[in-house]
Write a protein of this length. Structure first.
Ligand code: ADP
Length: 326
């Protein structure tokens, strides 16, 4: 295949994240500025397999930077797990003459991109779009800042009623196997305990702390739990109720509210920088990377690194939680 990229495709895949539209806009406009033809692939890899591919113009991405969701739609695509599905996808790209791809999504989408790129020699660049911030090698992922701010706003409101009634609340936030939304929103709302998958939590410790606080008449307690841990907030509340029946425990699961909404200024900036850098990579002939930001500079990481490694949460964070909530 001629390695000079002339026509590129852009897609959003996996879970949606606020700021994906800003990234699409950056890819389309940077591509067109550099004389490339840009195609939008609908519903992630499903649109590639089914041939749902549309030509994008500069005006196709007008007035979307502030919108949540993704104008290209997103999906999870079973067929792409099989060579047969990927071969169909490649044929559709070939028909349009597409010889470079930008994939905006999470680590699963990057895994698919890596396999596809190796099989069909298709240059692929990943842009990390996920509210979970669970991709190693980048300080930020598109959507995380907005999701955390949404969670903080909601928890602040719950705290008002919690305070009025002297109640214990267990609030569940999103993040699948990643505790970043719980950690950041928990610290920012002054949670007494934060339960995340990356850290072994001894529920006995939490119960001891609650008993001690009860003795001190500190009746308002906020526990933020990541959805992927202990079966979530319901399970944590169940254990507390069993062991401390005198405690009034309320559960609130924030759910999909965290995925939607207008992206924060920060996410729009991150998405714009990453989308721009992804096209630059393709133009420079750099392939099979994803773009990240480390120490406020663009950083380019092999796709397989995202697939192999997960973000770690430093012990310092947990120390901060412990000291500030005492
Ligand atoms: P995310 O990108 O948000 O982590 P998923 O893990 O659901 O979301 O992955 C999105 C899509 O990427 C999947 O539906 C599938 O089409 C593709 N994909 C993920 N893993 C693979 C794989 N091992 N082989 C081929 N395609 C994959």
């Amino acid at each position: 295949m001629d390695k000079k990229v002339t026509k590129i495709g852009v897609l959003t895949s996996g879970g949606d994240a606020p700021g994906m539209n800003a990234a699409i806009r950056a890819v389309v406009r940077t591509g067109i500025y550099n004389g490339l033809e840009v195609y939008g692939i609908l519903r992630g890899y499903s649109g590639m397999v089914d041939g749902d591919i549309i030509k994008m113009e500069s005006k196709s991405v007008a007035n979307i930077i502030q919108r949540g969701g993704t104008i290209l739609k997103t999906a999870r695509c079973k067929e792409f797990y099989d060579l047969e599905g990927r071969t169909k996808a490649y044929k559709h790209l070939k028909k349009h003459g597409i010889n470079g791809l930008v994939i905006i999504g999470g680590d699963g989408s990057f895994r698919g991109a890596q396999i596809f790129s190796n099989e069909f020699d298709m240059p692929c660049i990943g842009v990390p779009g996920t509210i979970d911030k669970d991709i190693a090698g980048t300080d930020f992922t598109i959507g995380f800042d907005t999701a955390v701010n949404t969670a903080v706003e909601a928890i602040d409101k719950i705290r008002d009623t919690m305070d009025a009634h002297d109640r214990l609340f267990v609030i569940e936030v999103m993040g699948r196997d990643s505790g970043y939304i719980a950690l950041h929103s928990g610290i920012a709302t002054g949670a007494e305990n934060i339960i995340i998958p990356e850290k072994v939590t001894d529920i006995e410790d939490i119960l001891d702390q609650l008993s001690e606080k009860e003795r001190r008449q500190k009746l308002v307690n906020l526990i933020v739990v990541a959805e992927g841990k202990f079966g979530g907030a319901n399970e944590v509340a169940k254990v507390i109720k069993e062991r401390m029946p005198q405690q009034e425990v309320r559960v609130c699961i924030l759910g999909h509210i965290q995925r939607g909404g207008s992206p924060s200024c920060f996410d729009r900036l991150v998405a714009s920088r990453m989308g721009y850098a992804a096209v630059e990579c393709l133009l420079e002939g750099r392939h099979n990377l994803f773009v990240g930001i480390l120490n406020n500079r663009m950083h380019y990481i092999p796709l397989n690194e995202a697939v192999k490694k997960k973000q770690r949460i430093s012990e310092d964070w947990m120390k901060i939680v412990k000291i500030l909530s005492s």
